[in-house]
Design a protein around this ligand. Structure first.
Ligand code: FES
Ligand SMILES: [Fe+2]
Length: 422
């Protein structure tokens, strides 16, 4: 990264405020066509699972969710059942939830704190670090190399207060080249010191369909007219680190229910730059490819909602997990109630409004005789996302994948036409 993260954050705020004062906007070069079967094609979905979810680093959750040694959770990512755990030394580990004897899940718990996992079938015992500790009736079982039969582990990296992993024990790739320095700017939040407040989940349709809603503000005053208000902005600016995108609005409407979430810069727009505070500058949506969106909120104290859209086993299924983490846990019941009310509100907005639209699309599109969908010049975030899905899927081997990320520009606050040279 060539510029200091704080300077970059400031330059994005400066850029958004500058456009805001002129009531100007920035657009994609063209309207983009998206094949009508993009959310339902099974061959495409299988490729996405293999080449995106099976190859790229994913954020599995915030560090604060697994704060203490022994904390673990289980997840299903496509066909992979996994365990993420903090071992006794404080190191985060990720491994397959499949016993090396005959493949049973070593735990059925969704989360907990443990020092070991005892397989329910024949009692093989694995440490919280995934190593095989004990084989039942070892003298009868026969000769096997115990040290080679730990749970199959995949690469995990804790950075910027997030747990990143490549969910593939056979990968030859490392995580960092795919972050494009985005972790450094996310680190400005200080998430590694934040606290875990709560988590919710709900069923959703196709993962791309469910994720599209986080990538544009165009729909907000219409779809969220009752919840956010009809005066909410419908304009977003996109700042990119490879496929990862930060979105904030250039709209300078004074305090609004969506100030933190949509990244209104009005609170600092008329102040000298030296007075700009880190918190306001960081307002807006921060997406991490392929399936994470982080949005600020203010109810009950400073916090963010991390949304994670995990594909299911079939093309038309996914699950959204919402993690609420806060800079400080609410100190009074009143503040806790306000935070809880904020989360309930955000879940309602997403589930009853965004996801309802996604289900409607999933229901109607396959039989609609519509060949192409259209992503407007004002929907650059979705254009970027779908282009990256296509590029990653098209990268046939690891080398091509690494090259793709190496060559992708990091572009901050420059018009799209200049992005290519940025
Ligand atoms: S399958 Fe786990 S001990 Fe047999
Ligand atoms: Fe929405």
């Amino acid at each position: 990264m060539t510029r200091e993260p704080l300077e970059l954050l400031k330059s994005m705020a400066r850029h958004a405020i500058g456009l805001g004062h002129r009531q100007a906007m920035e657009y994609a070069d063209d309207v983009m066509l998206l094949p009508g079967n993009t959310y339902s094609d099974e061959t495409q979905f299988a490729l996405e699972m293999d080449r995106i979810f099976g190859r790229l680093p994913l954020i599995l959750g915030p560090s604060s969710e697994l704060a203490a040694p022994g904390d673990f959770k289980t997840m299903k990512i496509g066909k992979a059942s996994i365990i993420v755990a903090r071992d006794k030394s404080g190191q985060i580990r990720g491994y397959m939830n499949a016993c090396r004897h005959r493949g049973v899940k070593v735990t059925e718990e969704s989360c907990g704190n443990a020092s070991r996992f005892v397989c329910p079938f024949h009692g093989w015992t694995f440490g919280i670090d995934g190593k095989l500790i004990g084989i039942s009736a070892r003298e009868d079982f026969g000769d096997v190399e115990k040290s080679a039969l730990g749970l199959r582990e995949f690469p995990v990296l804790e950075k910027a207060g997030m747990i990143w992993a490549i969910v593939n024990p056979d990968t030859n790739l490392t995580i960092e080249p795919f972050l494009k320095g985005y972790d450094e700017i996310l680190a400005l939040f200080g998430f590694s010191e934040w606290k875990f407040f709560s988590k919710r989940s709900f069923k959703c349709p196709n993962w791309k369909l469910s994720f599209d809603g986080y990538l544009e503000f165009y729909h907000v005053p219409v779809l969220h007219g009752e919840t956010f208000g009809r005066d909410t902005t419908n304009r977003g600016l996109y700042y990119t680190w490879g496929p990862h995108q930060h979105i904030k609005t250039p709209d300078l409407t004074p305090d609004h229910v969506a100030t933190e979430t949509l990244g209104y810069m009005a609170r600092i727009a008329d102040l000298a730059e030296a007075e700009w505070d880190l918190e306001t500058m960081s307002y807006g949506v921060w997406t991490v490819f392929p399936c994470i969106s982080i949005a600020s909120f203010g109810g009950g104290g400073r916090g963010v909602m991390i949304s994670q859209v995990l594909p299911g086993e079939n093309v038309g299924e996914s699950t959204t997990y919402q993690y609420y983490i806060m800079e400080n846990l609410p100190e009074t019941q009143e503040l806790a109630d306000r935070a809880e009310a904020q989360f309930a509100f955000l879940q309602e907005v997403v589930e009853r409004e965004d996801i309802a639209m996604a289900y409607s699309i999933q229901d109607t599109l396959p039989g609609s005789h519509i060949e192409n969908l259209y992503l407007g010049r004002n929907e650059l975030g979705n254009q970027n996302f779908h282009s990256w899905v296509a590029k990653v899927v098209a990268a046939e081997d690891d080398e091509a994948l690494v090259r793709l990320f190496e060559q992708s520009p990091v572009a901050h606050g420059v018009p799209p036409k200049e992005r290519a040279e940025a």
